[in-house]
Design a binder for this molecule. Structure first.
Ligand code: ADP
Ligand code: NI
Length: 218
C-alpha cells in the first residue's frame, strides 16, 4: 500500500470518528493540525509521513470524546494493521496519541515524547492559541455553559488533571491564564516556538482590549 493511500485511509477513519464533532475537535481542527505538522516536520528535517498520520488520529481516542478509551485504542490498532502499517509504525503512532494531551502535563507527570510526538503536540497546541485559539476557547466555553468572565472567579494555578476537567467555576477568560498563555513556553520545535511568539501577542492584545472594554475604559 502506498503512503498516499494510507493517508487517505487514516483520514477516512478520522472522519468516521470526528466528522460530526461539535466541541472544537472536528475535521477543521484535524486538517489544520495535519497541515501544521507537515510544516513543522519540514523545519526539523523529519519525514512528514508519521507526523501527518498521527495528526489525523490524535483526537480519535481522547478521553473527552470517546466513552471507552481502551476499546477505541484496540479498534484503531486493528485498523492500522489492516492498512499495512508496520508494528514499529503502530507503536510510534499509538505512543504519540496516548501522550500529547495537555492533561498529561498536569499532576507532575513527566512525558518524554518522540520527535513525531513533539511535532504533533506543537501543531495541536498552536491550534489552541492565536486567533484560532481564541475562537476555539469561546466556542468550547459556550458549548460547556461556561461564563464569559467573572472578576470574582480567580484563575486556578497548578491545577490537577481533575480540576482541569471540572468546569463548574471556569470562565472563558480564565482559561487563557490557566492554560493558553502557558503553551508558548512549552513548544518543542524551533518553527513552533517562532509561530507561537506571534500568536501569543495576538492573545495578549485581545485580552488587554477585553479588559479595557469590560471596565468601560475604551
Ligand atoms: P487537550 O486535547 O490538549 O487536552 P483540550 O481538548 O482540553 O486540550 O482543548 C481543546 C480546545 O478546547 C482548546 O482550544 C482549548 O483551549 C479549548 N478548551 C479546553 N478547555 C477549555 C475551557 N475550560 N474553556 C474554554 N476552552 C477550553
Ligand atoms: Ni487536537
Amino acid at each position: 500500500m502506498k503512503q498516499e493511500e494510507q493517508l487517505v485511509a487514516v483520514k477516512e477513519y478520522t472522519i468516521s470518528k470526528l466528522g460530526q464533532d461539535t466541541t472544537g475537535h472536528g475535521m477543521d481542527h484535524i486538517n489544520r493540525v495535519v497541515k501544521m505538522s507537515k510544516r513543522l516536520a519540514a523545519g526539523e528535517n523529519v519525514d512528514p509521513f508519521l507526523p501527518m498520520v498521527a495528526a489525523y488520529l490524535h483526537d480519535t481516542i481522547d478521553e473527552k470524546l470517546v466513552t471507552d478509551v481502551p476499546a477505541a485504542k484496540q479498534e484503531l490498532k486493528g485498523y492500522l494493521q489492516q492498512n499495512a502499517f508496520t508494528a514499529d509504525q503502530v507503536d510510534i503512532i499509538m505512543d504519540v496519541i496516548d501522550n500529547i494531551s495537555f492533561a498529561h502535563t498536569l499532576d507532575g507527570e513527566k512525558i518524554q515524547l518522540s520527535i513525531v510526538g513533539q511535532i504533533v503536540r506543537d501543531a495541536d497546541w498552536l491550534d489552541a492559541i492565536g486567533a484560532i485559539g481564541i475562537t476555539r476557547a469561546i466556542y468550547y466555553g459556550g458549548g460547556h455553559q461556561e461564563k464569559i468572565y467573572d472578576p470574582q472567579i480567580k484563575p486556578r494555578h497548578n491545577m490537577s488533571r481533575e480540576e482541569y476537567r471540572n468546569l463548574a467555576n471556569e470562565t472563558i477568560i480564565n482559561h487563557f491564564d490557566e492554560k493558553l498563555l502557558h503553551l508558548k513556553d512549552m513548544m518543542n520545535t524551533a518553527t513552533a516556538k517562532k509561530i507561537a511568539e506571534h500568536r501569543q501577542q495576538v492573545m495578549k492584545d485581545y485580552l488587554a482590549e477585553f479588559h479595557a472594554e469590560w471596565n468601560a475604559e475604551k
